[in-house]
Write a protein that binds this ligand. Sequence first.
Ligand code: ASP
Length: 330
Amino acid sequence: MKRRSFISRGTLGSLAISMGLLSTSRSMAGPLKTKTKVKRPSKPISICTWRFEKANATCGALLDKGTPALDAVIAGVAVEEENLKNTTVGKGGAPDREGHVTLDACVMDKNGNAGSVAAVENITHVAALARKVMEDTPHVMMVAEGAEQFALANGFKKEDLLTAESEKAWKEWLKTSNYKPIINIENHDTIGMLAMDANGDLSGACTTSGLAYKMRGRVGDSPIIGSGLYIDNEVGGAVATGMGEEVIKSVGSFLIVELMKNGMLPQQACEEAVNRIVTKNPAYTDFQVAYIAMNKAGETGSFCIHPGFTMMKYSDNQNEAIASMSYIKE
Ligand code: ASP
């Protein structure tokens, strides 16, 4: 048995029993709601943030071949992690203001397992690294040098992630050092991907280089389970992109999944999660946040603050770009 399962089944299980936490009457408020049986879609589905067509098609084609959702999302987002032209994810990502490319990523699987890495340098495939943390360590999250060391010990390649183009753009930025993330422009565009496989199981991955020219050490929402990504295989999944600080403060992805659990459709839940942000922070006109979500019936939704966000959706050999509705109208 792996150490993770040992800890959860052994120590926590017996601790809970000895504390009387696991009993047959599960709730003080009475029995939990009876589950209604959800009709599963006939074909696998994959959705992702922004117009990452090839990444989403890669995931979708793997799902069609019977690949489990977790493998498919990690292969899907890897397309952008290794795309040198993409300055917001993986190798080629924009650096922090001191010139270091630092990556954040997380994954979640159908069993509610989670893995995450933050502020990792010199490793391209950080979603795969997050999976390694999930599967082969007793931990959920590893950061910075420790995460890099773990990656190298596990056969990940050490690579310089700063491309000549990203370095040039950063040096240009240094001339003014004007820090102002621009809405919907290539300053921040995380890839978050959710998939339902042929068995009807859900998994998700989220990977990013974070905000361009961020402060050294800044970590966004993307590696934070519940903020950047959340999966509950009985309910659905959600993933975020945009101004990570706002997503963290509202625990956006977990909120969406909970709202779906309580009866909302993915579209309604994404809208409510955006509402929570705009009603609390009057500065919402200056930043973008976008969510996508999918429920167990394969229904999907997306919503954002500013127009200009697109979700990709793959099903039955069709890879569609869907323009998201927004809180601020065109
Ligand atoms: N959410 C990411 C972050 O704050 C950036 C993005 O999605 O654009 O790091």
